[in-house]
Design a protein around this ligand. Structure first.
Ligand SMILES: Cc1cc2nc3c(=O)[nH]c(=O)nc-3n(C[C@H](O)[C@H](O)[C@H](O)COP(=O)(O)O)c2cc1C
Length: 501
């Protein structure tokens, strides 16, 4: 079994609240069940199985963990641990790696102990937060964007679209930049660098003119930053000509990048906006301005939740709202598309790509790495789950790299680029891959039949046992049925080569 293939669907533990100081673990005394559940949640079940003690303590136990749960009896903790023992562990062929050496990489030539950094936002906005990040095992942090503007935030400033389990799928914010003075933030850098010399401090800055971009870059270098990230992409800036406005104008990107480069000798990354049709013009302008790397994506301009009674969208601030930035797992496909565009652009070859947008687990991170990301940044998942997600990010990626025989992360960077085309007209169109129905798993809901009838090609009927029957003459192999099946009882089946138009 490969680390990427889940045996325990997240849906099976959907009632788990991923508690702080989890009562299940406190009640157990033999295992730390919360740690194992979290690994399952974050697609790291194989590493979890390899961490289990030899003897299964659940065999002789009356499950006080399930009774102590904040939702007593609603999370099948024993069953989940047993499945790790008897379903997942026997299929683990690769032993847990003994160290994290494979995760070592670099950001523009400066060593990173692993590819994971916090991205610039509230999650990295004080000394204490960054210190806790570093202690938790993150390789570095991109500090909340520093500026000379007087920042005064609105309340509330966040809104979200929830998934089935109540968790956040997509997240909207109308937050601006750091509300500390430049001097306060410089002191934080000095203290962080002194205490954590090997951790990477990426200083996000936003100037209002060339002189200020230069001044801020220079000050960050003088106070211990390892590199600067130019924020050309915040969608929430009140003043015209700042944030994502800059990222939409390649001439400004080039001019302000050059200003920062002239003022410092540490690497300069430009953080670009996804609020464009293509990112390459701004990225190429950044390179002309001397940038060493690109960071992307920032948040996507969005409107969330228009209230049917007040007619105001969210977050509603005193009866009014504003377009704001969207992030979180929902934006990952859009972010991947931009990272691939950068990774495939020969004009940008050799530039570091610091990738982000919706990363929650190691598999998300790997997707960005395969499309050219040399380092990984995260905000929304940390806001939702906390710094502790680093454990499963590192362990999951480390085990995958070991299993695949990669010597280090860098060997995986960009491996997915050749198989991705920016348009669909290059694809082979003569093969139809039929769905295969697993009758044992099928519960006879008929969802495949409904979707095929109303959103497909009327190729599925139900037999007297409510099992799907495929009409191969009508099926075009679109795989809508696979995607809607709530039981995951439909997989890729046999092929037909079609020569008819
Ligand atoms: C609340 C919040 C505040 C943010 N503040 C900043 C910021 O000050 N500077 C910046 O460059 N990006 C900022 N971002 C964008 C994130 O750094 C990141 O680019 C984006 O959220 C996508 O990553 P994610 O899906 O992991 O959150 C912010 C994002 C959020 C959610």
């Amino acid at each position: 079994m490969l680390q990427a293939e889940a045996r325990i669907p997240r849906a099976d533990m959907i009632r788990c609240a991923l508690c702080a100081d989890a009562p299940c673990s406190a009640a157990c005394g033999k295992l730390n069940p919360a740690d194992f559940l979290r690994s399952v949640w974050f697609r790291n079940e194989q590493d979890a199985a390899l961490r289990l003690p030899r003897e299964n303590p659940c065999l002789t136990c009356s499950a006080p963990c399930e009774r102590a749960c904040v939702r007593p009896g609603e999370v099948p903790i024993h069953d989940l641990i047993n499945r790790l023992y008897y379903q997942v562990k026997p299929e683990c062929e690769t032993p847990r790696p003994e160290n994290e050496d494979r995760l070592r990489c670099d950001l523009c030539g400066i060593p990173l102990e692993n590819p994971f950094l916090l991205s610039s936002s509230v999650v990295a906005s004080t000394y204490d937060m960054c210190a806790r990040t570093f202690e938790a095992g993150w390789a570095g942090a991109c500090f909340k964007t520093i500026c000379t503007l007087d920042i005064h935030e609105a309340s509330p400033r966040f809104s979200a679209i929830a998934g089935d389990n109540g968790g956040i799928m997509g997240f909207k914010n109308i937050e601006q930049l750091s509300d500390h003075s430049v001097a306060e933030n410089m002191e934080i850098f000095r203290r962080l660098k002194e205490k954590y010399p090997t951790k990477f401090i990426l200083a996000s800055i936003m100037g209002q003119n060339e002189e200020e971009w230069g001044q801020l870059a220079r000050m960050c270098q003088e106070n211990g930053a390892d590199a600067v990230e130019l924020n050309f992409s915040c969608p929430n800036m009140a003043e015209g000509g700042l944030g994502s406005d800059i990222g939409q104008v390649p001439e400004l990107v080039e001019r302000f990048t050059a200003a920062a480069k002239r003022a410092c000798t540490i690497p300069v990354l430009t953080k670009l906006t996804p609020n464009v049709a293509a990112m390459s013009p701004a990225a190429e302008a950044a390179r002309r301005g001397g940038a060493d790397g690109i960071a992307a994506i920032n948040t996507i301009k969005s409107v969330v939740g228009v209230n049917p009674h007040t007619y105001v969208s969210e977050p509603a601030v005193h009866g009014h709202s504003a377009v704001g930035g969207y992030s979180g797992n929902a934006v990952k496909p859009i972010a991947l598309r931009f990272i691939a565009e950068l990774g495939q652009n020969p004009e940008l070859s050799g530039m570091h790509i610091s990738a982000m947008g919706g990363i929650e687990n190691w598999l998300d991170a790997l997707e960005f790495i395969l499309l050219g990301g040399g380092s990984i940044q995260v905000t929304t998942a940390v806001m939702q789950y906390g710094y502790r997600i680093i454990d499963d990010l590192k362990a999951g990626l480390n085990l995958y790299l070991t299993e695949k025989g990669f010597a280090n992360v860098r060997e995986a960077v960009g491996l997915g680029l050749d198989a991705l085309s920016s348009t669909t007209d290059t694809l082979e169109r003569d093969t139809v891959i039929f769905p295969r129905f697993d009758r044992d798993r099928c519960m006879g809901c008929g969802r495949c039949m409904i979707s095929c009838a109303d959103g497909g090609h009327q190729a599925i009927t139900l037999d007297q046992n409510r099992h799907p029957v495929l009409n191969g003459k009508k099926c075009v192999g679109c795989h809508l049925c696979l995607l809607v099946c709530p039981q995951r009882a439909i997989t890729r089946g046999s092929k037909r080569i079609s020569h008819t138009k």
